[in-house]
Design a protein around this ligand. Structure first.
Ligand SMILES: Cc1ncc(C[n+]2csc(CCOP(=O)(O)OP(=O)(O)O)c2C)c(N)n1
Ligand SMILES: *[C@@H]1O[C@H](CO)[C@@H](O)[C@H](O)[C@H]1NC(C)=O
Ligand SMILES: *[C@@H]1O[C@H](CO)[C@@H](O)[C@H](O)[C@H]1NC(C)=O
Ligand SMILES: *[C@@H]1O[C@H](CO)[C@@H](O)[C@H](O)[C@H]1NC(C)=O
Ligand SMILES: CC(=O)N[C@H]1CO[C@H](CO)[C@@H](O)[C@@H]1O
Ligand SMILES: [Mg+2]
Length: 681
């Protein structure tokens, strides 16, 4: 375990780079990087397996910086170890379009696994990565072929431990006995408000022990490199529990303000940087200076990583000779492409099929595609029965010794933990071999909004099976009835919100959700039965919006989604029979996907010259972009049979359609799609 002056120099190089970059940009968080430089040095240089020349090597160890504000730590490490991140990139820290944004973003920077910054998310992502690692190992490893081994490491701060989402995920990680997960807590007693004694006095060690974690304490995280190394070694040796290392550190170590909240999120002053460099033996007149021997030290470890990958590639090739099918599957999964011909398994329906709840239609899709898409990993936040997310023969992902399943199982019992479920799905997806979906009530996807937002930002594919999607759920009442949820997630960039109206549309929604490699989806599904609509197809639904029913010389276009489309169809019949009004019907299962179609196509669906009315039992907010008038619900729902109160009936729609036609009579009607300029997409 010998440590030399070179180790100290490497650690101080990280500290000085963090101070220089935040000073140079006059923005950012020097404190955490300076305090965590020693543990980062030991972990990256002594333990972690990675190859900077191929950041996507499958069997690399995964690292998550859950305290993402400390990202200069990670950027400094990536640079020093030889990832494609130059000193110039460090100088561009926190500037527009740089590879070094203000918090780590997975799709921007080589070597960043997941996007962090909203505190608490990263540690949950790490739980997802660790599950993915354990599952992939259990699925692909064979005697003599330990293809997938090793660890997921996470750093987290006081803030992450205070956020409730980390408790949800840590509790599950303990239950799942994830021995490959090693989390290191930067126990510096400081958050933005100052000393943690103002709000955070619980016994975290006892709490994590109660979760079923193994906990190790390192008393001097500033200097005791051997102690840090021993703690990580011990953590590795405990294979049936995740480990939390409580590492006592000094925030901003080396600064005149070390140990105070003054160094949390403000660059050091010029004189402070000067004394820091002098104290660490650096030239105070130089910035962004890296001693060659530090590059050499880290370069050696990176070369060893590259050699490990080469060995691994040989192992993988040999594996292919004995296990051709598994080999091909593993290679394919990493491309994100689904198996050839999988879409033939998507069910289609005819008008003679019975009315079926779309949550049931969703279950049928999942049970038909699960055998042809082996990377599908399902789950539910304790609503398996009502959400219908588990196919019949599914095995649970569980530690074998519980007798409940095993790690090759493809169904996760998340418990009542929607927020962690979302964040864990993001980690599962980021691993590279898994396509996660999971279920809860649509209303409770909002619980996980923080995680959904990060999946959209970081271009992750996962699927929310969001049932009980409206007041149509009835008796549970307004606490369970979504009103704003669709508008909220439609406003989120790069997130598809689907609300299919029947069987073909449900298959269409899954088709696009499963094949969109860089976009999460929320599929809103009904509890009530929905008839099969004449003219719906997978192909049309896949355009996001389409004309379900066309008519010559139409007086109005009714635009609707999900369970209201068939009611709009009934309203059209009524208007025709009683009022001689000609109605076009547009079904719009996904606005985001519709927005991506050509202007010409969109205007063919919502043309000039015909007034339009949208019908959706949710807030009308957002429908102004598509229609002239809106029929919705801009209030909370009610507890009771849903048909009784709000006029979402053929008659109720017809009444509003007549008012719309009357209002727009004699006024030149332009499609609501026509605007003075195109929106920024
Ligand atoms: C969900 C969320 N809430 C608030 C913030 C703003 N924030 C950034 S860092 C921080 C304090 C974190 O304290 P700690 O994790 O102990 O970091 P340290 O000061 O030790 O670096 C806060 C509140 C955030 N990033 N995410
Ligand atoms: C991690 O990798 C090392 C070396 O490849 C191996 O000895 C060890 O057993 C692995 N650990 C796990 C948990 O698979
Ligand atoms: C909290 O921490 C501050 C700063 O270290 C200290 O001055 C104060 O006495 C502490 N208060 C309590 C109640 O522990
Ligand atoms: C569903 O799609 C199939 C295939 O395109 C089509 O044959 C069928 O008529 C559609 N069903 C309905 C109800 O329109
Ligand atoms: C609460 C709820 O909706 N439960 C349903 C769950 O799914 C089963 C199987 O379809 C139904 O029988 C339950 O009514
Ligand atoms: Mg702290």
């Amino acid at each position: 375990m010998g440590y030399s002056e070179l180790d100290t120099k490497a650690i101080n190089t990280i500290r000085v780079l963090a101070a220089d970059a935040t000073f140079n940009s006059n923005s950012g968080h020097p404190g955490a990087p300076m305090g965590m430089a020693p543990v980062a040095h030991v972990l990256f240089n002594k333990f972690m397996k990675f190859n900077p020349k191929n950041p996507k090597w499958l069997n690399r160890d995964r690292f998550v910086l859950s305290n993402g504000h400390g990202c200069m730590l990670q950027y400094a490490l990536l640079h020093l170890f030889g990832y494609d991140l130059s000193i110039g990139d460090l100088k561009a820290f926190r500037t527009v379009d740089s590879k070094t944004p203000g918090h780590p973003e997975a799709h921007d920077t080589p070597g960043i696994e997941v996007t962090t910054g909203p505190l608490g998310q990263g540690i949950c992502n790490a739980v997802g990565l660790a599950i993915a690692q354990a599952h992939t190992a259990a699925t692909f490893n064979k005697p003599g072929f330990n293809l997938i081994d090793n660890y997921t490491y996470a750093f987290l701060g006081d803030g992450c431990l205070q956020e409730g989402v980390s408790s949800e995920a840590s509790s599950l990680a303990g239950h799942l006995q994830l021995g490959n997960l090693i989390a290191i807590w930067d126990d510096n007693h400081i958050t933005i408000d100052g000393n943690t004694n103002v709000s955070f006095t619980e016994d975290v060690v006892k709490r994590y022990e109660a979760y079923g974690w193994h906990v190790v304490v390192v008393e001097d995280g500033d200097n005791d490199l051997a102690g840090i190394e021993a703690a990580i070694k011990l953590a590795q040796s405990v294979t049936d529990k995740p480990t939390l290392v409580k590492l006592k550190t000094t925030i901003g170590f080396g600064s005149l303000n070390q140990g105070t909240h003054g160094v949390h999120g403000s660059p050091l002053k010029a004189d402070d940087i000067k004394q820091l460099k002098e104290r660490f033996g650096f030239n105070p007149d130089e910035s962004f200076a890296v001693p060659q021997e530090v590059y050499d030290l880290y370069g050696k470890h990176s070369s060893e990583g590259a050699a490990l990958e080469e060995e691994w590639n040989e192992l993988l090739a040999k594996y292919g000779e004995s296990f051709a099918k598994e080999h091909a599957d593993l290679v394919r999964r990493q491309t994100g492409d689904l198996p050839e011909g999988w879409e033939k398994s998507l069910p289609v329906y005819t008008t003679s099929d019975p009315a079926i709840a779309s949550r049931k239609l969703s279950e049928t899709v999942l049970s038909k595609v699960e055998s042809v898409i082996p990377e599908l990993l399902g789950g539910s936040a304790d609503l398996t029965g009502s959400n219908l997310t588990r196919w019949k023969a599914a095995v649970d992902f569980q530690p074998e010794n519980t007798g409940l399943g095993d790690y090759s199982g493809r169904y996760i019992r998340y418990g009542v933990r929607e927020h962690a479920m979302g964040a864990i799905m993001n980690g599962l997806s980021a691993y590279g071999t898994i396509l996660p979906y999971s279920g809860t009530f649509l209303n409770f996807v909002s619980y996980a909004a923080g995680a959904v937002r990060l999946s959209a930002l970081s271009q992750i594919r996962n699927i929310w099976v969001a049932t009980h999607d409206s007041i149509g759920l009835g008796e549970d009442g307004p606490t369970h009835q979504p009103i704003e949820t669709l508008a909220h997630f439609r406003a989120l960039p790069n997130c598809m919100v689907w609300r299919p109206a029947d069987g073909n549309e449900t298959s269409g929604a899954y088709y696009i959700a499963l094949t969109s490699k860089h976009t999460p989806s929320i599929i809103a599904l009904s509890r009530q039965n929905l008839p099969q609509l004449e003219g719906s197809t997978i192909e049309k639904a896949a355009k996001g919006g389409y004309v379900l029913h066309e008519v010559e010389g139409a007086d109005i276009t009714l635009v609707s989604t999900g369970s209201e489309v068939s009611i709009a169809v009934d309203a059209a019949k009524l208007l025709d029979e009683k009022h001689n009004i000609k109605v076009r019907i547009v079904s719009m299962p996904c606005c985001e996907v519709f927005d991506q179609q050509s202007k010409e196509y969109r205007l063919s669906v919502l043309p000039d010259g015909i007034p339009s009315l949208s019908i959706e039992v949710m807030t009308t907010l957002g429908w102004e972009r598509y229609t002239h008038e809106q029929f919705g619900l801009n209030r909370f729902g009610a507890s009771g049979p849903y048909k009784d109160k709000f006029e979402f009936t053929a008659e109720g729609i017809a009444k509003r359609a007549l008012a719309t036609i009357e209002f727009w009579k004699g006024i030149p009607v332009r499609s609501a799609l026509n605007r003075a300029f195109e929106q920024i997409q």
